[in-house]
Design a binder for this molecule. Structure first.
Ligand SMILES: Cc1cc2nc3c(=O)[nH]c(=O)nc-3n(C[C@H](O)[C@H](O)[C@H](O)COP(=O)(O)OP(=O)(O)OC[C@H]3O[C@@H](n4cnc5c(N)ncnc54)[C@H](O)[C@@H]3O)c2cc1C
Length: 398
């Protein structure tokens, strides 16, 4: 199939350089696509059936090909590249027809690793970031609890300082990579509990006594994300495992969330693009009433509409990434990007499922899976309502 029919040809960052993407980014994209083709795509169906994927070996292979932590310093195993290298990374992962895989890798590379890079000491970067970017150390991100999801400040997990240790107690649930992680990044409250002054981010080695892990079973989507509940009972965590200031964990986490919203938005937008690409292929080949579906003008308009919204979403992501690149304030645009892309990917998956008809209703159909997986974007790493709350607050709407 020629590139023109395989992909949408206009304004496509897959094939174009522009003010956002250089030749280097295109080469990176090609390298990532080759990696997906070789290491991931042939196995997706099996991994979905097994509801597991070999995160550790995939991270190791990504590390060997120098594809992890692209924007971090080379002294810690990064590639000294820019923010847009992570945008390319998130977009290429977003196309994988098993969002649990992309989320697991992104949590390691773009949620936890940045906390070490941005708030860790040189020693912590050597001990945590370097092995993580080689794929030798797997990160999990343990913030949510049964009674604290959107309201992060309501966490019940406690960290009580005793000389050179914190005694950690609490149960974190829905921890992506929870089954595989070597180190959990845990947000816990100190006795003062004030979110601005009384929370810590602890990088807790799984090998410490007092940790129990149990799989979250039966999720409707993101089935390959190796999600688990992790319980910490009187775990003695060395104070040297704290990242950032004592008491400053909540603010560090909120800052990181804003960056993650852009990454999440890129992943959602790329997923929408991939779903629409598959749908165009389907509508070209599916014949009803004597002609391919694509000949129906209503369907052409539907696809043109969705395509327009995807392109707007993509451009919004790139502007947000540019502001991030220039170290500007991303708080408003990142929330807007996350909100609209989360809604968009659900809408695209829903409307495309309609165009596929009954086959996509089957559990293991690729579009059915995208439909289930896309639902999480509006819930996790900042729900739609939390994005609206943030946008209203920053805009001083009330
Ligand atoms: C597959 C999967 C993987 C996950 N991975 C991780 C992970 O790796 N690490 C981690 O820490 N967490 C993880 N999570 C948890 C995720 O971050 C939470 O689901 C998310 O923070 C939302 O919290 P909640 O589900 O408890 O919803 P709640 O906080 O109970 O909210 C329920 C609904 O009410 C809305 N709402 C809440 N308060 C308000 C309000 N004041 N006004 C209006 N609307 C409101 C919310 O937006 C949401 O739609 C994961 C979840 C899933 C399903």
């Amino acid at each position: 199939m020629s590139p023109a029919t395989e992909k949408f040809p206009i304004m496509n960052p897959q094939t174009n350089t522009n003010s956002f993407f250089s030749e280097g980014h295109l080469l990176l994209r090609q390298k990532l696509q080759a990696f997906m083709k070789q290491e991931i795509l042939p196995h997706v169906e099996d991994w979905e059936q097994q509801r597991r994927f070999p995160l550790r070996s995939i991270l190791k292979k990504l590390g060997q090909q120098e594809l992890l932590g692209l924007r971090y310093p080379s002294q810690y195993g990064g590639q000294n590249q820019d923010i847009f290298s992570h945008i390319v990374f998130a977009e290429e992962l977003g196309r994988i027809p098993s969002a649990g895989i992309s989320m697991a890798i992104i949590i390691h590379n773009d949620m936890v690793a940045p906390l070490v890079a941005d708030y860790g000491t040189a020693t912590q970067c050597e001990e945590l970031l370097s092995p993580a970017l080689r794929g030798d150390l797997v990160f999990g991100h343990a913030v949510s609890e049964a009674s604290a999801g959107s309201d992060v400040a309501a966490i019940q997990a406690t960290a009580v300082r005793e000389s050179d240790y914190y005694v950690l107690n609490g149960v974190k649930n829905f921890v992506t990579n929870g089954l595989d992680a070597d180190v959990y990044c845990v947000l816990a409250a100190m006795p003062d509990r004030n979110p601005l002054t009384g929370m810590v981010l602890l990088f807790v080695p799984r090998s410490l006594p007092g940790i129990e892990i149990s799989e979250e079973i039966g999720m409707m989507g993101h089935r390959t994300a190796n999600v688990a509940s992790v319980s910490f009972q009187d775990v003695r965590v060395p104070a040297s495992c704290r990242i950032g200031n004592e008491g400053g964990g909540f603010l560090a986490q909120l800052n990181q969330f804003a960056q993650e919203h852009i990454i999440s938005s890129c992943r959602a937008t790329a997923m929408a693009d991939e779903v629409l690409r598959l749908t165009v292929q389907h509508c070209r080949s599916r014949v009803t009433f004597g002609e391919p579906l694509i000949k129906n003008q209503w369907i052409q308009f539907k696809i043109a509409e969705l395509r327009t919204e995807i392109e707007l979403s993509r451009q919004c992501n790139y502007v947000a990434a540019s502001i991030w690149q220039e170290q500007g304030d991303i708080s408003l645009l990142s929330a807007m990007a996350k909100l609209q892309s989360s809604r968009l990917v659900r809408k695209v998956a829903d409307e495309c499922l309609q165009l596929f008809g009954k086959d996509a209703y089957l559990d293991d159909h690729i579009i059915g899976r995208f439909y289930r997986d896309s639902r999480l974007f509006s819930i996790s790493t900042g729900s739609d309502e939390m994005m609206l709350t943030k946008i209203a607050k920053i805009s001083k709407i009330s």
